[in-house]
Write a protein that binds this ligand. Structure first.
Ligand code: ZN
Length: 289
């Protein structure tokens, strides 16, 4: 009892209130090549940042005292991931909280590139400067959240090549960092959510005609190998807007749409992302009897 009184006296003397801190991630245990949302609540926080894998990321306030941040997991990542949360209060006081989450291993599928695929890649070598520009655009983080609700598929056609398939052949060995929709030339390509066009590239040796959309807060989508492109840089696009048509430009042996989703600069599984954002923003209606 005495201790409690002493504690209360100290709190009153310090003139501060006890701030409730709450931390959660969804999903609790993501798989490699997915992402998770970190939700942190602390009333009175001025800034909240999360350090993970040696990198610090600023969280974004969604209401007073509640901040959110989407973080990716690596394709080959598994095991325990440490997260350190730093909460800064207006008076300058900083609190640090440690957490860890479990990352489940992804089953990796491997395919061998056909000779014609290797030849096509040899004929259109990767140009470092183009690659640097595209990778830089995929890593951009802008503070304004522009997406609305769940992400949708950019094509009505089916997926013919999945995410994180390991492709090797000749001197090539890499992960497929998106999904390919097997759509015919001229089929529409739609923005999978609202955002700002942060890059349009024409005739890139690898990516072909390219559109990249910044949805804000580190979430970016990209559309490669297109035929026509109907948007320009800095255009604000709405979810479902026709941004171009399917083509076979760049590293493509036939018409298809390569669609990628990036979170804080890392590629995540686009089909999983669509379902994940669906459960986040569009909860299932109650079962009909
Ligand atoms: Zn692809």
């Amino acid at each position: 009892m005495r201790r409690i009184i002493a504690f209360l006296v100290i709190m009153i003397l310090a003139g501060s209130i006890v701030l409730a801190y709450d931390f959660q991630t969804v999903p609790r245990a993501p798989t490699g090549g997915q992402a998770f949302i970190v939700r942190i609540e602390e009333r009175g926080a001025e800034t909240i940042s999360v350090t993970s894998g040696g990198k610090a990321f600023g969280a974004f306030f969604v209401s007073t005292g509640t901040a959110e941040l989407f973080l990716p997991t690596g394709i080959e990542e598994k095991g325990s991931r440490r997260l350190s949360v730093r909460v800064k209060e207006p008076g300058g006081r900083t609190c640090k909280y440690m957490h860890s989450i479990k990352v489940k291993p992804r089953k990796i599928r491997e395919v061998h590139l056909r000779t014609s695929d290797v030849k096509m890649r040899d004929n259109q070598p990767m140009i470092e400067e183009q690659n640097r520009v595209v990778v830089g655009k995929l890593r951009e983080v802008s503070p304004q959240r522009r997406w609305e609700g769940a992400f949708v598929a950019p094509s009505a056609h089916s997926v013919v090549s999945g995410f994180a398939v390991k492709r090797s052949g000749g001197s090539y060995s890499y992960y497929h960092k998106g999904v390919d929709f097997g759509a015919p030339k001229g089929a529409p390509v739609k923005a999978s959510n609202s955002g700002k066009v942060n890059y349009v590239g024409e005739g890139l040796s690898v990516y072909g005609n390219t559109v990249i959309i910044d949805h804000g807060q580190g979430v970016i989508t990209c559309y490669f190998h297109m035929s026509d492109v109907f948007v320009k840089e800095n255009d604000i696009v709405e979810k479902g807007k026709k941004i171009g048509t399917v083509g076979d430009t760049g590293w493509a042996t036939g018409p298809h749409l390569h669609y990628g989703v990036y979170v804080q600069g890392s590629a995540v599984d686009p089909i999983w992302w669509r379902n994940f954002t669906g459960t986040l923003y569009e909860p299932k209606p109650a079962k009909k009897r």
